[in-house]
Ligand binder design. Structure first.
Ligand code: TRP
Length: 332
């Protein structure tokens, strides 16, 4: 019953693509049985870069629907909107009292943002790491499944947690660790020959779980290739390796071997490879798209899911915030 607590936030930046799926989401789905998981859509954090967002709720809702369609299970995990849990903000305030300007200014993501949006270097941007720490510590999470780019933020979370514990002389917070469930994460390349799906903005670089079959086929048929192998058993250039990587995640091992063999004998026809990849991709993505549509068309049960997530998150957060208020010395 006493499962370890896992917590992760998802920025509502855009539709889920295959890179998100194989890089993180698929592991979130698997974690749900072994851990007490809290997954939330980080719709407060969005204001640090987009102070007057269009469709704020709708974007958050859409990402939530897509996560559910991929297999996040509201019965097993606590899935909620960050903005449904104002306790986080109270903890954010307390943590900010002991977060120092110097350490916040040294955070890489802050320095990047200062460069990217010199006219909007707001305090929310500066205190992004304390909000993220509050997200995690509000549930006393021990493990946080995040990518490399978030490691510095997680280090700050440990700093803030540890400082709080020392300051008030009580082990209120565990020190959360980055966490990579089930070992390797599959890195999905882009269709434009780039190393990472979703990295470049280029039309057609990424395959989204919301893409219609016709769109999937078109994107794959247009994927970058070269003029073909010239020597037997030569190493594949990146754009060709990329197609094989995609084939490996959605096709059978036999299919991969079949095309690999043709490549090695210089008899491959990229058109055939792409057609096969497109069909296997459609078969992989279509059921997810259908679930997205089904969830979207049942507003009442989506509302129930959101309310349940909010309630479960609130229960966990309330316990923490009561303890924190008590430890600092406020009236409970
Ligand atoms: N900063 C994370 C990102 O950009 C999102 C995030 C917000 C998060 N709060 C979190 C991740 C808490 C893990 C835990 O991807």
């Amino acid at each position: 019953m006493n499962k370890e607590i896992v917590c992760s936030g998802i920025r509502p930046t855009g539709n889920i693509h295959l890179g998100n799926y194989f890089g993180a989401l698929r592991n979130f789905v698997k974690m749900q049985d072994e851990y007490n998981c809290f997954f939330f859509i980080a719709d407060y954090h969005s204001l640090t870069t987009h102070p007057t967002p269009e469709n704020l709720y709708n974007n958050a809702r859409q990402i939530l629907v897509q996560y559910l369609a991929c297999g996040l299970d509201p019965e097993k995990s606590t899935i909620y909107l960050q903005s449904d849990l104002p306790e986080t903000i109270e903890l954010y305030l307390f943590l900010n009292m002991n977060a120092y300007l110097g350490e916040l200014e040294r955070v890489t993501s802050f320095k990047d943002k200062v460069r990217q949006q010199p006219n909007n270097v707001n305090a929310g941007l500066l205190t992004y790491p304390t909000l993220m720490a509050a997200d995690i510590l509000i549930h006393k999470a021990a493990k946080v499944p995040v990518g490399k780019d978030q490691e510095q933020h997680l280090e700050m979370t440990r700093t803030f947690a540890n400082r709080f514990n020392n300051m008030y002389k009580k082990e209120v917070f565990p020190l959360p660790q980055a966490f990579n469930f089930g070992g390797e994460l599959v890195k999905i390349p882009g269709l434009d020959g780039s190393g990472k799906m979703g990295k470049s903005e280029g039309e057609g670089n990424a395959l989204f779980i919301t893409d219609e079959p016709s769109v999937i086929r078109k994107k794959i048929m247009r994927a970058k290739t070269d003029s073909g192998p010239e020597q037997m058993n030569q190493t594949k250039p990146q754009e060709i390796e990329n197609l094989f990587t995609l084939l490996k995640v959605v096709s059978t091992p036999d299919t991969v071997e079949y095309f690999d063999d043709l490549y090695n004998r210089c008899q491959i026809r990229y058109g055939d490879l792409k057609k096969q990849l497109a069909e296997d991709m459609v078969n992989f993505i279509s059921p997810i798209t259908e679930r997205i549509n089904a969830i979207n068309s049942d507003e009442a049960s989506l509302k129930r899911i959101m309310d349940m997530g909010k309630e479960k998150a609130h229960e966990s957060a309330r316990r923490t915030i009561e303890e924190v208020r008590h430890v600092i010395g406020y009236r409970n």
